[in-house]
Write a new protein. Structure first.
Length: 318
């Protein structure tokens, strides 16, 4: 199959640091190439891919510009399917006659019948449609048997993420905590994050590469308190490293976590504290095997290929 992926233009694919969507796009494109398909990736300058053909656009260009250049690539290579990873879904809007598949990586501004959701909870909320769970390259997140003393939150500093809940819970339990991620909401950071720092609670800006891996492999457990996530790839990254996870019941969490085996899903602040008290009861081997069974890049690639075949069979204008 001949596939054109259209990546988000805001940062390169894969990213150096923060950027789960771009990392997933990279894993997907490379896994499909490994399966023997002809893969073309339209992505910003600085991007890289193995096994496919890269078509570069200016870093930080508009979604209109990357769509324009993607359609030029489509005219040149005549793919069987175009997979647009942008929220605007301009490829579908401008060329509904083409076999386009989209993915709702975040809250999408435009929806069409071939918008793939990352979890069943989101599909139910939006009235159905195809679902493909994210997968990942497990070689990038090796298993680490030893477990440290520090809890970890890894993600943006934003009110939706409810990072202050974890900080309060860790402080009340006397547990060391690292909150690592970019400040995406200065007012929230100034009023809710900064006053809680100090003692056993520290903050790091966006991390990536070996620094991120060291945090994941050396932590006690990962906590994801977000009100909403389209998936939560950091949960599978942590479990791949053999570390248990604790997450707010935000929809996908129940699809990713094997309750009481690889982590805990909680609803209230008291539930968060209760879960943190029990994380040491969970086995790292169970966390790793769960990801190996359900969340590999190859499984994601194969699931998307099935969606592509359905899209092609439905015909143009569907």
């Amino acid at each position: 199959m001949k596939i054109v992926h259209v990546a988000p233009p805001e940062q390169k694919t894969p990213p150096d640091k923060y950027g789960g969507i771009e990392r997933v796009v990279s894993w997907l494109a490379e896994a499909q190439a490994e399966l023997g398909h002809e893969v073309h990736l339209v992505a910003p300058e600085g991007s890289a891919t193995q096994g496919g053909t890269l078509h570069l656009v200016p870093l930080g260009c508009s979604q209109e510009e990357i769509t324009r250049q993607a359609l030029e690539v489509v005219s040149e290579v005549t793919p069987d399917v175009i997979h647009d990873h942008n929220n605007s879904q301009l490829v579908f809007q401008q060329r509904p006659d083409l076999p386009v598949v989209g993915t709702q990586h975040n809250k999408t501004m435009f929806r069409h019948p071939w918008m793939v959701k990352n979890c069943h909870a989101e599909a139910r909320r939006l009235g159905g449609g195809p679902v493909v769970h994210y997968g990942m390259d497990l070689s990038e997140y090796p298993y680490a048997a030893e477990r440290g003393k520090e809890l970890l939150y890894l993600g943006a500093m934003h009110p939706r993420k409810q990072v202050h809940h974890v900080m309060d819970a860790a402080k009340s339990l006397g547990m060391p905590l690292c909150v690592a991620g970019p400040d995406r909401h200065p007012e929230y950071f100034a009023t809710e994050i900064k006053p809680r720092l100090g003692g056993q609670i520290r903050w790091l800006d966006a991390v990536g590469g070996q620094e991120k891996l060291d945090l994941l492999q050396g932590m006690r457990a990962l906590v994801l308190p977000s009100k909403w996530e389209s998936f939560g790839i950091v949960l599978t990254e942590a479990m791949s490293c053999g570390k248990p996870v604790v997450a707010w019941d935000n929809g996908p969490a129940r699809e990713l976590i094997k309750q009481g085996v690889t982590g805990y899903v909680y609803r209230w602040k008291c539930g968060l504290r209760a879960a943190l008290k029990r994380v040491d009861d969970l086995r790292g081997e169970d966390c790793r095997s769960h990801v190996e069974e359900h969340f590999t890049a190859r499984r994601m690639a194969e699931d998307y290929l099935r969606v592509y075949r359905d899209r092609i069979a439905a015909g143009s204008g569907s």
